[in-house]
Design a protein around this ligand. Sequence first.
Ligand SMILES: [Zn+2]
Length: 303
Amino acid sequence: MRKEPTKWVEQTITGQVDENIYKDLLDQGYNENFVANLVAELGDEIFAWRIDFFSEQRVGDRFSVLLEREYILNEKEPLNNIRVVAALYEGTGTRNKKNYAFKFTPSGSQPAEFFDDKGKAARGLFLRAPFSHKSFRISSHFSRSRFHPIHRVWRPHHGTDYAAPVGTPVVAIGSGKIVRAGWHGGYGRCIDIRHNKKYMSRYGHMSKINVHVGENVAQGQYIGKSGATGVATGPHLHFEMHVYGKQRNFLRLKFPSTKAVAKKDLRRFETVVGQYIGKLNSAINMTNENLLMVAAHKTDEAD
Ligand SMILES: [Zn+2]
């Protein structure tokens, strides 16, 4: 079949989180496939190492995305393919208030990737959460009301709980070697991944384990399904990060960035940042103005 000629058109997407990004974009009238693509791109690719949309998303957070959408020539409706150029997520529950991402192609034959406003690679040692947002419906999982911090029935709680329906796919937070894959007391079905001498991650209450001891896994690789095995008050993933053998609060730890824009590319990178940073911020501020206008309009109607 011959492929129709297409063109890519720049577009700005912006919004404020009412429940979650996914729902906010649907409410704005974007179609489901497009929204799913965009949310997966933001959650699993661009911000996967910086923001866990599952636990760090808050009502009132704002975002703007500059992207290109593909259109068949002379067609009015775009296809669902997108190319994100730059993005900004302003969150109150994220480690950094302003999270920038700019697509940049380093010199040499390296592929394009995302860097923050300081030129640090978006890609990191560990993902921000052991889930792939692509694999389940974000609409029902982003909500804060699903959170169950009541899970304190067994001794101090040395991990992070991610409420998730039994069977939600779990991924390796970073690359490493499987050092445990089986039943482990209160943890139920449990997986341990040794990342290096310093870090080990643990995944408890799993319903299904898809790896075996001795196997090497890549960052983001599917390792099994969440469940409620062992001592669990309800279906959730119990996640731990061990640093030199001790459990530490994963959400508070700072990890080194894997790389940064090379010195010789800095001037070119700064041009890219300069080209988009103003657009991202003014788009976000537009959100506020629009909301005020909507609020004012609603008041009028009430009269
Ligand atoms: Zn737990």
